[in-house]
Design a protein around this ligand. Structure first.
Ligand code: F6R
Length: 588
């Protein structure tokens, strides 16, 4: 949530660099944006506007010459979407500019202390620039910023610059902050794509750390007040992976990436997988947790562990997980699933588990993310950058890796690999132009419906929930997923003639039951879209998927990702940037 990006270096077009780089972070928030830079005379210039950075004009920025600039794209938390509330925030004396991602919990206390009349926005962030300016009456820029970072409560990654200063200073607690390093150039950002075209060498800042970028960076531990060394890490994403190429939207590109990403997800060090399997077998209580799509993946994995490995694991959404702390002991294992590796609720769940001495295994997509670094064991799903807000390829990669681990627990790692390699090849075949055209026709048929219901059973029940999230978030059609057998206990009352109902069916032991439930819907006049490896007379549309055995959730969810995408486009929405949402949810 919120993207921040700053540049300091030898190039003299810093304002343009941060303006362009910010576009790569737009998925983090897109209600307003702003850019600030240091002018030749040492003063600070600033531009901020409501709207999306991708639609903004560079006028007044592109020609500005500076070696130091910062930019921000906002997902509003405190204060509405107004120009005043957009970042950067310049202190009332005009000396300090700040960009921030996170929530400052004690901002009201500071506003009261400094005097409400000093503040021009409704944001929590403005206290940072005001406080630094205030403390600079007695301290230098670095000392003042350090003092502020220590006093703030809540989660933050902020970057500050000051008039007459040739350095930028940043600090983090709970929100991501990464320093990209290139000979004589420094890029500070919430996420790597902002500077991927310049460098792949990075320093990850950890919580309670601060960096002062002068001629070169100096890192500090805010807790011990001491200077520290940081390791330079080379990340293996390439800039092309973070671009949408010939595709109209990132969401479509990322759906199509699934031709390759399943294979990448299961291409893991076998020894590590076997070690994790052993850990799962020996753990006293295994829990799965994640948010949104990641949570639905965990729910499906409950079935994988049960069916494949005869092992009981418990799922709880990360936002609900803390309440289960009574069940956690040092021998427990928590498995968390997170694409971004920055989701606040996931981090909180991990914190609760760790406080009880339990171990945490994470599956993440973003190398070096907070979740990855906070885990006892971490596996990368290797899906490459996922930029569309709606998670697609990350979800199927997470499913594939958890299914592989379930096979390893059952002592059948090679069988799992074989199944998933076969599934990946089936997906490659399925995602052909004819298939896409057909899904678009289905979307065309239901695009004017106000409601859509999706049913699934066993591991396809969580996929029905996931399908609903996809349709809701990008097309704004009311969509709900149900366990197929629950319809007759209430939800079937919602169905009237013509209501689109999607059945996610597999060639499995529950196939007969879900077909009966589909027929029951048909009998009430529902318009049935069957996603199945076989045709059935109840289907008005048949979306043919391969028979993937226990991997059926992976192949069944992909057509619904496409359906959601086409519904979004047909309704004139932007699938990459759904309203009210942001890609990385770093607030609780
Ligand atoms: C939905 C979606 C979200 C995320 C959720 C968790 O399409 O993308 O529901 O799955 O916000 O995010 P991560 O996986 O980054 O922890």
């Amino acid at each position: 949530m919120c993207g921040i990006f700053a540049y300091k270096g030898s190039r003299d077009n810093a304002p343009e660099i941060v303006f362009e780089g910010l576009k790569k972070l737009e998925y983090r928030g897109y209600d307003s944006w702003g850019v600030t830079w240091k002018k030749n005379d040492g003063s600070i210039s600033l531009q901020k506007q409501i709207g999306k950075i991708s639609e903004a004009s560079k006028e007044g920025i592109i020609d500005e010459k500076s070696h130091l600039a910062m930019s921000h794209t906002r997902w509003a938390t405190h204060g509405g979407v107004t120009q005043k509330n957009a970042h950067p925030h310049l202190s009332s004396g005009g000396k300090v500019a700040v960009i921030h991602n996170g929530i400052i919990e004690n901002y009201e206390e500071f506003k009261k202390r400094l005097g409400f009349e000093r503040f021009r926005s409704e944001t929590d962030t403005e206290v940072i620039s005001e406080l630094i300016e205030e403390y600079m009456k007695d301290l230098n820029f670095e000392e003042a910023t350090k003092k502020v970072a220590k006093e703030l409560k809540g989660r933050y990654a902020f970057i500050a610059m000051a008039t007459g200063e040739n350095r930028i200073i940043a600090a983090r607690r709970g929100s991501p902050l990464i320093l990209g390093v290139k000979e004589g150039e420094y890029f500070l950002a919430s996420d790597i794509p902002a500077f991927l075209q310049f460098t792949r060498d990075v320093n990850y800042l950890d919580d309670e750390q601060m960096v002062v970028i002068d001629d070169k960076p100096r890192f500090y531990d805010l807790l011990t007040d001491s200077e520290i060394e940081k390791r330079l890490v080379t990340i293996d994403w390439n800039p092309q992976e973070a671009e949408k190429g010939d595709f109209d939207h990132f969401m479509l590109k990322e759906i199509m990436d699934q031709k390759e990403t399943i294979i990448r997800a299961i291409d893991q060090n076998e020894e590590a997988i076997l070690k994790i399997a052993e850990y799962i077998k020996n753990a006293k209580g295994v829990f799965l947790s994640g948010c949104g799509t990641g949570g639905k993946v965990c729910m499906a994995a409950e079935y994988f562990f049960s069916v494949v490995a005869n092992r009981h694991v418990n799922f709880a959404p990360a936002s609900e997980f803390p309440i289960y702390h009574h069940f956690l002991i040092p021998e427990s294992l928590l498995i968390v699933v997170s694409q971004s590796g920055e989701t606040a609720d996931v981090l909180e769940a991990m914190h609760v588990a760790k406080e009880k001495g339990a171990k945490v295994l994470s599956l993440v997509n973003v190398q070096g993310s907070t979740v990855a670094r906070y885990s006892d064991f971490s596996l990368l799903i290797n899906a490459g950058p996922e930029k569309a807000v709606a998670s697609t390829k990350a979800a199927t990669s997470q499913l594939a890796l958890l299914l592989l681990i379930a096979h390893a627990v059952a002592g059948k790692l090679q069988d799992g690999k074989k199944l998933l390699i076969e599934t990946a090849s089936q997906i490659n075949d399925m995602l052909n132009p004819r298939f896409l055209t057909y899904i678009k026709e289905v979307a065309d048929d239901i695009v004017h419906s106000d409601h859509t219901y999706i049913i699934g059973k066993a591991a396809n029940y969580p996929m029905a929930l996931e399908a609903a999230i996809k349709i809701q978030e990008v097309s704004y059609i009311h969509a709900e997923g149900f366990p197929a057998g629950e319809l007759k206990h209430g939800p079937i009352a919602l169905v009237s003639p013509g209501t689109p109902c999607i059945s996610l069916i597999a060639e499995d032991e529950v196939k007969g039951d879900i077909i009966n439930n589909t027929i029951e819907l048909k009998a009430r006049g529902a318009h049935i879209i069957g996603v199945a490896p076989f045709r059935h007379e109840s289907f008005d549309h048949w979306i043919r998927v391969p028979d993937a055995g226990v991997a059926s959730p992976i192949v069944n969810v992909i057509p619904i990702q496409l359906l959601a995408y086409y519904l979004s486009v047909l309704r004139g929405c932007n699938p990459d940037m759904p309203r009210n949402l942001a890609k990385s949810v770093t607030v609780k």
